[in-house]
Design a protein around this ligand. Structure first.
Ligand code: GDP
Length: 299
């Protein structure tokens, strides 16, 4: 929690400083609530959450003093209310073997790193893990995944850069069956520059996975980079349509001023948030907790 609090310090300090500058032993009036709403919107929390906070503070309270602490407490409570329903652990104990997890997301959002961190967690839980270097477009992504494989003891299925991603996914599905591994984590490409191509490739990968196991992929995780703010919202929509996203991992929550976007995404899409990334290291992936996040962001 301390790490999350440090990580979200920039997100929370804009909020807490703003709140302290508005609620200065004055009697509450509409202009103060309007200013507060602006600050909440600037923090990317989204209109619904911003409105519910200002409405709650305003009801029956005009002409009374409200302290910054009280405003922050209301902020934390309302944020937790939005996040609690989406804070759901990734369940890899559903009796499926191999449990196939497809990792999707725009390049640079942290897909490959998250796969490595996840592999490490699963290995620590005693699970056997296989990684598929499905971002065949970038040689660096394939190399990076191999490094994560050797760090975590996971087998890696890879082909040379430029190979067909669907063919690679097919190989990986069969290898995972042959080796009877518990979990197969499949990386994918995320070139959003060419949406039609990306869509076609992801659809093909999913089709091929289903040829081997019609019930797979069992989870489709989307990585979102917290530092990109509103872009993350668009990515949920695009990848939701293309790949049938079942859950989210928000990365780079260490040191961003835009962590509030997670609240807006939760309010709008209601997709489960399984993990958050709080650094580049192997242990910097944490299960998502609504309360911790709410308290960290409210300062
Ligand atoms: P991909 O293109 O989606 O596979 O993204 P990568 O996994 O290659 O990550 C892109 C960059 O973001 C790398 O430099 C990672 O070390 C970094 N990164 C990933 N997750 C986090 C995180 O939670 N916090 C920070 N600070 N950096 C991260």
């Amino acid at each position: 929690f301390q790490r999350l609090r440090r990580g979200l310090a920039r997100s929370s300090s804009a909020l807490t400083e703003g709140i302290s500058s508005i609620f200065t032993k004055r009697k509450l009036d509409q202009s103060m609530l309007d200013e507060l709403e602006d600050i909440l919107l600037q923090a990317d929390l989204g209109l619904d959450t911003a409105s519910s906070i200002t409405e709650r503070l305003g009801s029956g309270r005009f002409d009374k003093e409200i302290s910054p602490e009280e405003v922050r407490a209301v902020l934390a409570e309302e944020v937790e209310k939005v996040l609690a329903p989406v804070a759901r652990p990734l369940d890899l104990n559903r009796g499926i073997r191999p449990h196939v997890v497809l990792m999707v997301g725009v390049n640079g959002t942290g897909k490959t790193t998250t796969i490595g961190k996840l592999a490490s967690r699963l290995a620590a839980d005693g699970k056997t893990v296989m990684l598929a270097a499905g971002d065949t477009f970038r040689a660096a992504a394939v190399e990076q995944l191999k490094i994560w494989g050797s760090r975590t003891g996971a087998d890696v299925v890879a082909r040379d850069a430029g190979a067909d991603a669907a063919g690679l996914a097919f190989d990986a599905m069969q290898a995972a069956r042959d080796k009877n591994v518990d979990v197969l984590l499949i990386d994918t490409a995320g070139r959003l520059q060419n949406k039609a191509e990306l869509m076609a490739e992801l659809e093909k990968v999913i089709r091929v996975i289903r040829k081997v196991d019609p019930t797979a992929p069992h989870d489709v995780l989307l990585t979102l980079d917290a530092t990109t703010g509103q872009n993350a919202m668009n990515q949920v929509e695009i990848f939701g349509k293309v790949a049938g996203v079942t859950g989210l991992v928000m990365t780079k929550l260490d040191g961003t001023a835009r962590g509030g976007i997670l609240v807006a995404i939760a309010a709008k899409h209601g997709l489960p948030v399984h993990f958050i990334g709080v650094g580049e290291g192997i242990d910097d992936l944490e299960p998502f907790s609504a309360r911790d996040f709410a308290e960290a962001i409210a300062g």
